[in-house]
Design a protein. Structure first.
Length: 292
């Protein structure tokens, strides 16, 4: 089934993005992006899950669960997703026991799902995920990360985002220790995804000060650095937010190797400018689409 056929089928069945996310287990942010045409080549697993539901003539019989059980199933899905990504980030050395946290925001119900404070991510299970409603923790056996204020500040300034990855990724954090914004002109990946990764001044962790100044930076950039601290990325879903950090880490790792080999050759500024201006997935074109 092509995406166009899926769109037609979705319309014919009268299904919402939320219905499809609930039925398929595909994150809502991903479903939204596929049907809004932002993701033009979704991952194979996503396509299979969507086809299975949209090709099923009995699907409508499954779309009227009572509201409470629908909410419960969303809660469980989001917790499972968060645990999975927290463990992956731990495996990749991008978070540790004391540092780094991930969150997913259910905007419709104003519930922030966030990893707990001071817990080894590889030992997390769904029951430990803290669920915040405003400043109140309403679920989870462990205390929410003290950095939830940072996550809320980022989400407030990015209505298009439903997930935040605050990671202490080594290469990014090394720049944050130097208080340096990042602009790498030798990599097309970097130019397309980021153009620049700005670094904010130091703010005390666990207080509102850590989120100071985040507003403008996060409104313009999907990934930013917090001085002397770490990185913050936002995305329509958690997969996108963590992918940005992984991509930046990879570029910076190779950049650091390249500098040991010799003089790094920058791409011609005019060529870079043309790429960032014309490529549909460039940061500036993604930002333009957000406001149109
Ligand atoms: Zn931190």
């Amino acid at each position: 089934m092509t995406i166009e056929e899926m769109k037609a089928r979705k319309q014919a069945l009268g299904l919402t993005n939320q219905d499809i996310a609930t039925l398929t287990g595909v994150p809502l942010g991903t479903v939204q992006k596929v049907f809004a045409g932002i993701t033009t080549s979704p991952r194979y697993g996503t396509v299979l899950a969507l086809e299975k539901i949209l090709g099923d003539d009995n699907v409508l019989m499954q779309t009227a669960p009572d509201e409470e059980s629908a909410k419960e199933s969303i809660r469980e899905d989001l917790k499972r997703e968060l645990v999975m990504y927290a463990k992956l980030m731990d495996e990749k050395g991008l978070v540790n026991t004391m540092e780094g946290n991930l969150s997913i925001y259910d905007r419709a119900h104003d519930f922030l799902y966030i990893t707990p404070s001071g817990t080894r991510k590889s030992l997390l299970d769904e029951s430990m995920i803290a669920v915040m409603h405003g400043d109140r923790q309403i679920d989870g056996t462990l205390k929410r990360s003290s950095e939830y204020l940072l996550h809320l500040a980022a989400l407030k300034n990015r209505p298009d985002a439903n997930a935040v990855a605050h990671l202490h990724a080594p290469y990014l954090t090394a720049y944050a220790y130097c208080g340096k914004s990042i602009k790498v002109n030798c990599s097309t990946t970097f130019a397309l995804l980021f153009e620049e990764i700005p670094c904010l001044p130091y703010g005390m962790p666990g207080t509102v000060r850590i989120a100071e100044g985040i507003d403008e930076a996060i409104a313009e950039h999907d990934l930013i650095l917090l001085g002397n601290h770490g990185a913050v990325a936002v995305g329509a879903d958690i997969e996108y937010a963590v992918s940005l950090v992984e991509a930046a880490e990879e570029v910076l790792k190779i950049y650091s190797y390249a500098k040991q080999i010799g003089d790094v050759v920058d791409i011609d500024p005019d060529d870079l400018e043309e790429l960032m201006e014309k490529h549909p997935s460039s940061r500036r074109n993604r930002m333009r689409r957000r406001f149109n």
